[in-house]
Ligand binder design. Structure first.
Ligand code: PEP
Ligand code: MN
Length: 347
């Protein structure tokens, strides 16, 4: 951390700041220039608030150099994290893994129809909410346990991993036998009690960026999960709220290379929630692969006009298939490839 003192700072004020830093556990290196004193504070401590220094008399500016997260930071695992699954799928390596499916699990027919279509097109995981965080309490809230059972059955039938959203601590145990990846939704990115509990489980977590969260806040939320010992975290850009109203959210594609530079964790991109409009999903999916995403999370519905949630942003199965063909061409252009389609289980 660098503390730049004001030109007018007195020797007493400078000594006071130095004592403060030493009390916080830093070793301090002072440089006295012609006009200004600069204090370089070195130490391993991450849990300090720079504002406590900024308010001291004589301080002009405080600049934090090291990141406030450690386990999620690149230096912890410079080689990168690869999240491995029992069926051979690897997230974070050379392959781009596509996870697709409806916003919510609505019925057996719906789920099995969509699951077969996305598996044939080459997706490796089936998404679908059994517990739905809806903006209105009057909207469809999900099928709960019945939805989880359908997900597992469809996953086994079509050789797909299952990803589904966990909304509260009490659902973790209930979900464990049915899912392969816990999804933490945008609205829960800073539900720190939930994140701590997910740190204790040994299943991967896909952590979505909150609608008004900075990248640093997303990484600090990942740190909560990792500090419990669960290092299999996939970060997900799903659009943030800006002043733009044309799209539902603003898809921050740039978060992908930014996070890849700051963190060893794999990145997912969700252009469905990122745009909220069906015909904008494919362009943003293509852009996300070009920008280096490790995972794409895409909403697909066989009859989106009748979907109980997020129909307007769900792709028709044919659109999804076409997108997959395009991604197969784009990925090699940036040194990646699409994870090969799974073998379909015979019935
Ligand atoms: C979802 O994936 O359907 C969902 C509710 O996502 P988000 O948390 O990004 O809004
Ligand atoms: Mn949705």
């Amino acid at each position: 951390m660098i503390v730049a003192m004001q030109e007018t700072a007195t020797e007493e004020q400078i000594q006071d700041v130095i004592e403060h830093l030493v009390r916080m556990g830093f070793s301090v290196h002072r440089t006295t220039g012609e006009r200004q004193s600069i204090l370089a504070a070195v130490g391993a401590r991450v849990d300090f608030d720079t504002r406590n220094l900024e308010v001291l008399a004589g301080v002009e500016h405080v600049h934090r150099i090291s990141a406030p997260y450690k386990l999620a930071g690149k230096a912890f695992r410079p080689e990168g994290t690869i999240v491995k699954f029992a069926n051979g799928v690897k997230v974070g390596g050379d392959e781009v893994v596509v996870m697709a499916g409806p916003c919510s699990v609505e019925s057996r027919d719906q789920l099995f129809t969509v699951a077969e279509q996305i598996a044939r097109a080459g997706a490796r995981a089936l998404r679908g909410g059994a517990f739905k965080p809806r903006s209105s309490p009057y909207s469809f809230q999900g099928l709960g346990l019945e939805g989880l059972k359908l997900l597992r059955e469809a996953g086994d039938r079509f050789n797909l991993l299952i990803i589904s959203e966990v909304m509260e601590i009490s659902q973790i145990e209930l979900m464990m036998p049915y899912i392969d990846i816990f999804q933490v939704g945008a609205r829960n990115m800073q539900n720190f009690n939930l994140l701590r509990e997910l740190g204790k489980v040994r299943k991967p977590v896909l952590l979505k960026r909150g609608i008004a969260a900075t990248i640093e806040e997303l990484l600090l939320s990942a740190e909560y999960i990792m500090s419990g010992g669960n290092y299999d975290v996939i970060l997900c850009e799903r659009g943030i709220r800006t002043f733009e109203t044309y799209t539902r959210n603003t898809m921050d594609v740039c978060a992908i290379p930014v996070i890849h530079k700051l963190s060893h964790l794999p990145m997912a991109a969700d252009p469905s929630h990122g745009t909220g409009i069906r015909d904008k999903v494919a362009p943003m999916a293509r852009a996300s692969v070009a920008a280096g995403t490790d995972v794409l999370l895409i909403e697909v519905h066989h009859d989106p006009d009748k979907a109980l949630s997020d129909g307007a942003q769900s792709l028709y199965p044919e659109q999804f298939s076409k997108l997959m063909d395009e991604l197969r061409m784009i990925a090699p252009a940036v040194g990646r490839k699409l994870a090969p389609a799974a073998q379909l289980v015979r019935t």
